[in-house]
Design a protein around this ligand. Structure first.
Ligand code: ADP
Length: 341
């Protein structure tokens, strides 16, 4: 059984082809700079054209879709109705869903008879209780406008849970764990009895941890102040919060490897701020979960930086709780989920 996974982002496309009977990766490619000036890859169509695989010869094609709203809680076969609904959800994820959709449309065009399945980043968090997903805003903001915590990186948190269960030789439903996906985008997840019961990203992937260029948690009144008193446009505020904040905003680099090489005060401060925020989330999730069977680090930073992991876990945070480092594999998780129903 051959399963291909297409992870189509705003300017990149990751493609992986798995032989699911052996678990082998038959082909993997990352196409970057799609649609950028002077790039030969103008569209996702060009990107898929450049891949040396006949899509119509594949059994199942899985697609990563960032936002599934409240509609999509599990892997879903892509038909015209599903495409329409993913399109409708674009207003909740304007940067991500259109790119995901483009990957789906091109791949449907190239392999019209192949089963195509959408796997949503939000789905793993869809069982969060209302006490976790509601914001303390007027209730109608949720009812009428669907303003709530959705959570993201769900495919990664779900993969980490399963791998952690293998390491602990337990069933996922027996486990209470905290998973930390620390990459350019970063999120923490509290998992109770195998279910995500809280996560740091919210209505959008902007909330929560201090990220490469995103601010994470701030007082929402700062946004009003920027608009009312500083005269910033909505577009400018969006850019400040998503693209100019986080590590980049504090020390002018969003790349931890680069920041760790430096010796200036701002670089140290940026690291300390990021670490402190992760600690705060671990502490609050320990309080929510009571018993914690493991803390799992993942993502480019979580997988690779001993220094950051040690800084987060110092002062005996977690006590005797086992700490695991697990390399995440969102594409493999998508491929597995494609076969799971
Ligand atoms: P994305 O969210 O874009 O998938 P990644 O998971 O690849 O991001 O994580 C990118 C981050 O991981 C960057 O800050 C990068 O500096 C950091 N990183 C990658 N390798 C290392 C390493 N060996 N040591 C420290 N940080 C690393």
């Amino acid at each position: 059984m051959k399963v291909a996974v297409i992870n189509s982002g705003s300017s990149s496309l990751k493609f992986k082809l798995f032989d699911m009977s052996s678990g082998e990766v038959l082909y993997a490619v990352l196409v970057e700079h799609i649609g950028e000036k002077n790039s030969p890859m103008k569209t996702h169509h060009d990107a898929l054209e450049s891949i040396d695989v006949d899509l119509s010869s594949i059994d199942v094609i899985g697609h990563r879709v960032v936002h599934g709203g409240e509609e999509f809680n599990e892997p879903t076969i892509v038909d015209d109705e599903v495409i329409r609904k993913i399109e409708e959800l674009t207003h909740l994820a304007p940067l991500h869903n259109p790119a995901n959709l483009e990957g789906i449309l091109v791949s449907k065009q190239k392999a019209p008879n192949t089963t195509q399945i959408a796997v949503f980043d939000t789905a793993f968090h869809s069982k969060m209780p209302q006490v976790a997903y509601l914001y303390a805003l007027p209730y109608e903001m949720y009812e009428k406008h669907k303003i709530r915590r959705y959570g993201f990186h769900g495919t990664s948190h779900s993969y980490l849970l399963k791998e952690c269960a293998l390491l602990l030789k337990k069933e996922t439903k027996e486990l209470n764990i905290i998973t930390l996906h620390l990459g350019n985008g970063a999120s923490a997840c509290a998992i109770e009895n195998g279910v995500s019961i809280d996560t740091s990203m919210g209505f959008t992937p902007l909330e929560g941890l201090v990220m490469g260029s995103r601010c994470g948690d701030i007082d929402p009144a700062i946004v009003l102040y920027m608009q009312r008193d500083l005269g910033f446009s909505v577009k400018k505020i969006d850019e400040v919060l998503n693209k100019k904040s986080g590590l980049l905003g504090i020390c002018n680099s969003s790349d931890i490897r680069d920041i760790l090489q430096r010796d200036d005060d701002k670089s140290k401060l940026a690291i300390d701020m990021m670490v402190r925020r992760v600690k705060k989330y671990i502490g609050s999730y320990m309080a929510l979960l009571g018993r914690v069977d493991a803390i799992v680090f993942s993502g480019g930073i979580g997988e690779n930086s001993v220094y950051i992991r040690e800084k987060i876990m110092n002062n005996d945070l977690g006590g005797e709780t086992p700490v695991f480092v697990i390399k995440t594999d969102e594409e493999l998780e998508i491929a597995r989920q494609c076969l799971s129903f």
